[in-house]
Design a protein around this ligand. Structure first.
Ligand code: AMP
Ligand code: ZN
Length: 451
């Protein structure tokens, strides 16, 4: 399996630290609002990577944090005159619903929440101070990036651009402003949530959160870290600095995987530009949310995608065609080894899912048995995640009037508990090439497969 590694700027052979186990961490949502479909593109990337690893037989421990304490959540709670817990719980729940709707493989107990880790973050920061990498100033604690010579190795920023003594209290800052970053922010008694620490009352910075939660759940060193490209700097650069400083330079993460952005009219989809759509918008326009997943499969994750409703429409049509292919499959088929191999070659080539989709369509056009096509498609769908097994289309069948009246008569006989006669009526129906199935208390008529 080959993967592009942002750290080495190369496509590399994937060799986990401790095969067949793989540890993987994805930066999760800040739960103050709905996720937009750009965020969801990155979460789908993480899911596709997880599914590809599993397809290759790896045992994956996949963790994705939830940032439930943050300035944006506090602001939202103030605006709504409610508590930050209420805001965080509401949007965590919505996030989980979105993830389920998109068929993202979400494991219970693998979404650590920042607020549950604050004490451990305080301990971690104390270690960084002890080791000489961090200092306290006016109740806040900062990481001194001049003490970490490797600073910049992920993003390419240079510490030479650091103006001595510059500090950033914000979690995000631009590349022109390389600065000591905050680990612990002092918070005055303004009624907002804050925590006790050796440096006074405050809240943790955003970057420390991910170092602590990833290392405590996956170990000091693990295989894969995923996020959108906007996280390379400063977030992931700062995570490396914290984590490798705390563990005396043990390489923190082996492969850094970053997804390109979803754009609207050429600009990054984001809350701040107010150019975003949510899954709810997609549904309100009459789309199946899994069409969005199909849309994302069509472009390589390292390429930007410009979102348009037309492209979503085309994706939905393709998805429906796939659903038709598997509709009412009766016989069990055999997975085509040849097409499976081509499919695997594609996904293992740095997650080339558009190529994998081309293999899917080629397979469907081939002359292998219909039931083998279905079996092969279900196998491939373990990675695509389009949920074809559960969402297959029931073919509309035409039921002749004669059969319909026999069905009605049989129903009446059953109501009168005249079961032997009802069975005779069923035989009449079968002779006409149809049958009856009782499903969840509902009677459905099916066409008998006579070949
Ligand atoms: P945030 O809530 O802004 O921290 O974003 C959560 C995840 O979504 C991060 O991995 C971001 O890199 C990613 N992300 C944000 N905007 C976009 C976008 N327009 N396209 C793709 N991923 C995005
Ligand atoms: Zn993170």
């Amino acid at each position: 399996m080959k993967l592009y590694n942002t750290l080495t700027r190369k496509v590399e052979e994937f060799e986990p630290i401790n095969p067949p186990n793989v540890g993987m961490y994805t930066c999760g949502p800040t739960v103050y609002d709905f996720m937009h479909i750009g965020n969801l593109r990155t979460f789908i990337l993480s899911d596709l990577l997880l599914r590809t690893l599993k397809f290759n037989g790896y045992k994956v421990n996949a963790v994705q944090n939830i940032t439930d304490i943050d300035d944006k959540i506090i602001k939202r709670a103030q605006e709504q005159n409610t508590t930050i817990e209420t805001v965080a719980n509401e949007f965590t729940e919505i996030f989980i619903q979105d993830v389920r709707a998109l068929n993202i493989d979400l494991k219970k107990g693998k979404q650590p929440r920042a607020t549950a880790y604050v004490e451990l973050m305080v301990k971690y920061i104390a270690i960084l101070i002890d080791k000489g990498f961090a200092y306290e100033k006016e109740g806040s604690v900062y990481f001194d990036i001049t003490k970490f010579p490797d600073y910049g190795k992920l993003s390419g920023v240079s510490t030479r651009e650091l103006k001595t003594g510059t500090r950033s209290l914000a979690d995000n800052y631009t590349k022109d402003d390389v600065a000591d970053f905050v680990l612990w922010k002092a918070v005055a008694d303004d009624g907002t949530k804050r925590f006790e620490s050796p440096w006074g009352w405050g809240r943790p910075g955003w970057h420390i959160e991910c170092s602590v939660m990833s290392q405590l759940t996956l170990g000091d060193q693990f295989d894969i870290h995923v996020g959108g490209v906007d996280l390379i700097f400063p977030h992931h650069e700062n995570e490396i600095a914290q984590s490798e400083a705390a563990t005396d330079k043990k390489p923190f993460v082996k492969y850094w995987v970053h997804g390109a952005h979803l754009l609207v009219d050429g600009a990054k989809m984001s809350k701040s530009l107010d150019n975003f759509y949510t899954l709810k918008d997609i549904e309100e326009q009459g789309f199946d949310v899994l069409a969005l997943r199909y849309l994302y499969l069509q472009t390589h994750y390292r390429q930007e995608v410009n979102f348009t409703w037309d492209s979503l429409e085309a994706a939905q049509t393709a998805l429906e065609r796939l659903r038709n292919e598997v509709s009412d499959s009766k016989k069990d088929g055999i997975v085509s080894a040849e097409f499976e191999r081509h499919f695997k070659d594609a996904i293992n080539n740095d997650l080339n899912l558009s190529q994998a989709l081309a293999v899917v369509w080629e397979m469907l056009k081939s002359n292998i048995l219909e039931e083998d096509k279905v079996a092969t498609l279900f196998e491939m769908d373990k990675v695509l995640g389009l949920d074809l097994k559960n969402k297959q289309k029931k073919k509309e069948i035409e039921i002749p009037e004669e059969v319909q009246s026999l069905v009605r008569e049989r129903e009446a006989l059953r109501k009168e508990k005249r079961y032997p006669q009802a069975d005779q009526w069923r035989n009449k129906i079968r002779k006409l090439g149809f049958d009856i199935e009782d499903k969840d208390g509902e009677t459905i008529v099916v066409k008998l497969n006579r070949n």
